[in-house]
Design a protein around this ligand. Sequence first.
Ligand code: NAP
Length: 312
Amino acid sequence: MLTVLFADRTQNWPAYEGALTAALAEAGLAARLVLPPVDPGSVDYIVYSPRGPVQDFTAYTRTKAVLSLWAGVERVVGNPTLTQPLCRMVDQGLERGMVEWVTGHVLRAHLNIDFFLSHQDGIWRQAGHVPPLAQDRSVVVLGLGALGGACATTLAALGFKVTGWSRTPKTLPGITCLAGAEGLREALSRAEILVTVLPNTPETTDLLNATTLALLPRGAVILNPGRGTLIDDAALLAALETGQIGHATLDVFRVEPLPPEHPYWAHPKVTVTPHIAAETRPASAARVIAENIRRFEAGEVPLHLVDRARGY
Ligand code: NAP
């Protein structure tokens, strides 16, 4: 009998208990789910969240793997007490959530919806306000992984001219794929709408700064559902001030919750959403966790293993 420790916030346990129990049974695993406090030496697998109670893994001498409920693993990847394999979350619920948030906000920018919402004043503003077709709008997605790749594919299916950028070269149907430093410059130069779906790593920190923001077409719109560290906030505020950036919709921040006094809240060209772009969904996530435990027990290659050196 395997012991699986649920190490997320206790308030999430009711949503996961049934889903994990069912998924472990479906995977043919004899396992008992436990909550802290528990003897660390008895735990085979840890279902992990950075908001959970287990952040020191030293005493978990029997644990075979740590299975993150989060896609982003920057808060655990460098943990020196973690010696076990770390798997991150890639699940259908996260992916569809991210695709819907990104598509919604891209269409909002593309159709200039904010303008019409704030001009319901009896004036018939037609001239100069017919939006271009998606085929004439260039959208750039930084990050072509599980989430960015799905967003880029959906945007391309809607007809947008989509360019994607990643660390390693990719081939995705209907998408111009770029990589490397030169690729980034090229991608930014064509981004009327820029979507950042990159992980937080030392290489991606402040990727959007005064220099790179200046490469975007004037008035570009930025959507950041990736991580707050991708953007130099002072540089973004300055670029909004000059009109270099037309609007930013931000879902993630260096400090969360975003403090009430932060200038983003009151900024007329910024929309804040409270880290809701993509949420792990218990039913589908539980199946990913169970499948990974099955793989570890069978000696098979696990899913979504984090490269600790790379940081994601
Ligand atoms: P993923 O599958 O690991 O994909 C990451 C992508 O970023 C890959 O295409 C990778 O390139 C690229 N990348 C990483 N470092 C890079 C660099 N230095 N230069 C260029 N490209 C780089 O991750 P994912 O599942 O798509 O998730 C992406 C991020 O979304 C997560 O890390 C998390 O921060 C964020 N997220 C946010 C929410 C939310 O609610 N706002 C929810 C979930 C996740 P390669 O393909 O070449 O490796």
